[in-house]
Design a protein around this ligand. Structure first.
Ligand code: SF4
Length: 384
């Protein structure tokens, strides 16, 4: 095992587990080999056997081989709500990552079981903010005498206990679609915001949509004493950004934008707000995954687009709209490695196990965490 610079262990695929993060890689049972030519048929038959008792959710960043079996596709929040709207489904199979399955468990009924086909499908961004680190941060804000003026807001892409932390401390959850509305609300409740765990979404929303300056933002580094910030910096800041990022969207650089503009004259650059500030400021359009899909659906034939989001989605959109030039913003191929861990063998294994009456890889959130996470989610749902 290797320790990465964030302090997280890096596991070889298929071995070991990490009790300190949401990742696990054990697969109890026999996985069919990826080379099995009957996998598609096996998935179809297992789905048919389960009928209405099963509802399969597919996140936009999933592989094509998996997405073909999704009853509905969407971003994490849309999928959690879709699950909640299907009380008749006994099994919710979530083709996405761990924090999404947790949100589905929080929002669905007690009798519904949420299954993640591969427990190794975590999210590196969610792992960058652990509960103990966030508690330490809050202690530092209390020591600095500002905690009672800070409202914690967490991005949907965080573990259930971070959502619950925000619920307990008067805060809320946000998505990339409603981050501005969540920040507007937070600044009505307090003077400052602690934004978890994605510094880029927090900074981009505060500076580009709310008119704050970069000087209003500080970055809290959980690996340094007091986050590496002085009392004065904390006192002066309006946005305290957690030092976390998405490993996929964080890879796009300003040079990628310059390069694609030189290569494709007239190209429209369309990026997700999880991208770095210098990328977002150079782009033509910025928005959530659902916004990106809508933009490309509505784009005129013959137009050109360079898209800065996960590659599975960009490829799917390029295939769907052959009358438009749709290219990946970076020349280097980059999938979300954890999303990609849900593959056909894991899906077949999960579906066949359920059809045989065995619930595997169930994701459950304890009652107290569910209560407070739901408080934070409900505050988001009540946003104007
Ligand atoms: S794309 Fe980024 S935020 Fe989404 S699951 Fe992958 S690492 Fe996490």
């Amino acid at each position: 095992m290797t320790i990465t610079e964030t302090g997280l262990p890096l596991f070889i695929l298929g071995r070991d587990t990490d009790p300190h993060s949401e990742r696990g890689v054990d697969c109890p049972g026999e996985l069919p080999p990826a080379s099995d030519p009957t996998l598609v048929e096996r998935a179809r038959v297992a789905k048919e056997r389960l009928g209405d008792r099963l509802f399969v959710l597919g996140h936009h960043y999933q592989r094509d081989e998996v997405i073909q079996f999704a009853d509905v596709t969407g971003d994490s929040f849309k999928l959690a709500r879709e699950a909640a709207a299907r009380p008749e489904a006994e099994y919710i199979v979530f083709c996405g990552v761990h924090f999404m399955a947790e949100s589905a468990d929080i929002l669905t009924g007690d009798t519904q079981k949420v299954v993640l086909p591969d427990l190794a499908a975590g999210c590196s961004m969610a792992d960058m903010a652990t509960f103990n680190q966030v508690e330490d941060c809050w202690d530092a804000l209390e020591d600095a005498g500002i905690a009672d003026r800070v409202v914690p807001i967490t991005y949907m892409n965080s573990s259930a206990d971070i959502k619950a932390f925000c619920g307990r401390h008067g805060g809320a959850v946000c998505t990339s679609s409603n981050a501005k509305r969540a920040l507007d609300w937070a600044f009505e409740q307090g003077e400052k915001v602690l934004f978890l765990p994605d510094q880029h979404l927090g900074r981009n929303t505060a500076v580009l949509e709310m008119g704050l300056s970069l000087d209003d933002c500080v970055v809290y580094n959980p690996h340094r004493p007091n986050g590496g910030l002085t009392r004065e910096q904390l006192e002066n800041a309006k946005m305290i950004l957690w030092k976390g990022h998405c490993s996929v969207h964080g890879r796009f650089s300003a040079a990628c934008v310059d390069e694609v503009r030189a290569r494709i004259p007239g190209v429209n650059v369309l990026v997700h707000p999880e991208c770095r500030h210098e990328v977002v400021t150079k782009a033509d359009f910025v928005g959530s995954t659902e916004y990106i899909i809508r933009m490309l659906e509505e784009a005129p034939a013959g137009s050109s687009w360079a898209v800065g989001t996960e590659l599975n989605l960009v490829r799917r959109l390029a295939n769907r709209f052959p009358d438009k030039t749709i290219t990946f913003l970076d020349r280097t191929v980059c999938y979300c490695s954890t999303m990609n861990r849900i593959d056909l063998p894991h899906l077949v294994w999960a579906l066949e196990s359920l059809a045989d009456g065995e619930v595997v890889n169930q994701i459950t959130v304890d009652a107290d965490t569910t209560h407070w996470a739901k408080v934070a989610l409900d505050r988001m749902l009540a946003l104007p």
